[in-house]
Design a binder for this molecule. Structure first.
Ligand code: SF4
Length: 462
């Protein structure tokens, strides 16, 4: 599973440059996307943008501080879920419109991109990149409304799918979440600024305090140092992606008032109750499996320890174009601690299994390191359906749980036993009402109807 993107925005009451805060905000959100990064800044007269391929600290340098001086800024880190990974698709996207310069940063995926692209091309527009975010910008710039706020509402009436957006104009900062609130976005504040961030860990790093989450279907505008809100849609149920709780968001973030760390520890505890097994050691698949493994060990009384070491300095496996290289990627990233696992019955806890390729490699590594038994425990239910809202879960044909029985998966992984957390216990672990989440990966209940032609596409382009 890979994240979609991270967005960040800041409106400073002082005329000092908010660039540094956005830079650090993106730094905290780096786990949500590592392919490209960008920052746009307004000095109330003009908007400048700098973006590039790579990590935040590769794209910006000391010179950026002088070049991106202003009062309002937005930033973006990207993992491409639609559109190729290239500079044309890097964000923020900057357009010159009749409302002046407008920059936007998007987290999520639209599901009606084909229709929108055709419609806009028929109106004579051409596109530089291939991302759906460019369509959002085009819809704003071609609106016939007289002011930017009405043009954004106009655009929102046309797009469907998942979107958390931060939008910068010369003199305002706008943030909004789609009618289902599929991707998160929160409001924070420092002494001198309002801040928006995909996750609250973006506030902590700059000393901002959390005010509240933006609601589904809500648009928040900051202009003339004042913040106001309007609801642009109130006829859809909230459906935050449950994978924010399982894996995507950082464990030190808080969503809907719930600590992600605590939720994941609870997932591990419920997993231990549901799938107990006699063993010597509980180990996580680092780093995302750590809290659930701690919870499993705590509940079961089996000692917790490290059994796999992650090389933190290699990129993610998305850079590999095929299955064969993906397998190699696991070996590059993870190495077993032979002394920790040799001769032991090991329970290895991971947050999810998508294709099964990575898990199979991990089991192989542990057995080669001398583990006498390997029991795999997964702190989420079986992923049976693909995501169309901005998460790379692969196609249904590639999802191992959609194609094999539990026994078949265990055999493929070559584990001594396998257990997934049930949906019921996942919801209990998060301790929020089930109806507030998108659980479509598990139960096929998509909050936004996915067009049939999109379902038949191979969704994600690498
Ligand atoms: S389909 Fe799955 S990954 Fe996509 S938003 Fe829903 S729960 Fe999240």
């Amino acid at each position: 599973m890979r994240e979609a993107c991270g967005v960040f925005g800041i409106y400073s009451f002082k005329d000092d440059s908010p660039f540094r805060d956005v830079y650090y905000g993106l730094f905290a959100l780096q786990h949500r996307g590592q392919e490209s990064a960008g920052i746009a800044v307004s000095n109330l007269e003009d908007v400048k943008v700098q973006k590039g391929m790579g990590l935040v600290n590769q794209v910006f340098n000391e010179q950026s501080i002088n070049q991106l001086h202003g009062k309002i800024a937005i930033g973006h880190v990207r993992y491409s879920t639609t559109g190729s990974s290239n500079i044309e698709n890097a964000q923020p996207i900057l357009i010159n419109s009749k409302y002046g310069p407008v920059a936007l940063a998007h987290n999520g995926n639209l599901i009606n991109t084909e229709d929108l692209r055709c419609e806009l091309k028929e109106r004579g527009l051409s596109f530089i990149g291939t991302s759906d975010s460019e369509l959002i910008a085009a819809l704003i710039s071609t609106s016939d409304k007289s002011d930017i706020e009405s043009a954004i509402i106009d655009m929102l009436n046309k797009i469907k799918g998942a979107y958390s957006l931060v939008i910068l104009t010369k003199d305002s900062l706008i943030a909004l979440r789609d009618p289902n609130g599929i991707r998160p976005l929160s409001i924070g504040k420092t002494e001198n600024a309002y801040v928006f961030s995909s996750e609250t860990c973006g506030f902590d790093i700059i000393g901002a305090h959390f005010i509240r989450d933006i609601n589904n279907g809500e648009l928040v505008i900051i202009k003339d140092n004042e913040m106001r809100s309007r609801i642009f849609s109130n006829d859809s149920r909230e459906a935050l992606c449950i994978f924010e709780f399982i894996y995507f968001a950082r464990p030190d973030s808080i969503i809907h008032g719930r600590s992600l760390y605590e939720s994941r520890v609870n997932m591990g505890k419920y997993l231990a109750k549901e799938h107990p097994v006699r063993a010597d050691l509980v180990i996580p698949v680092p780093e995302s499996g750590i809290p659930a493994a701690i919870g499993y060990a705590d509940e079961s009384g089996i000692p917790y320890g490290e059994g796999l070491i992650k090389n933190r300095y290699v990129g993610r496996t998305f850079i590999e174009p095929n299955q064969e290289m993906r397998s190699l990627g696991v070996r590059i990233k993870l190495n077993p601690i032979q002394d920790a696992v040799r001769g032991k019955k090991v329970i290895v806890v991971d947050d999810s299994i998508v294709r099964g390729t990575t898990s199979r490699q991990i089991v192989k590594l542990l057995k080669e390191a001398g583990a006498s038994e390997v029991h795999m425990r997964v702190s989420s239910p079986k992923i049976l359906n693909p995501c169309y809202y901005g998460i790379d879960t692969a196609t249904r044909a590639e999802l191992i749980a959609a194609n094999l029985s539990l026994e078949g998966i265990a055999k493929y992984l070559d584990v001594d036993s396998l257990g997934y957390l049930s949906l019921n216990n996942l919801v209990k672990a998060v301790a929020l009402p089930e109806k507030r989440f998108c659980l479509a990966c598990f139960n096929d209940d998509y909050p936004v109807k996915v067009p049939e032609k999109m379902q038949s596409l191979k969704l994600f382009f690498k």
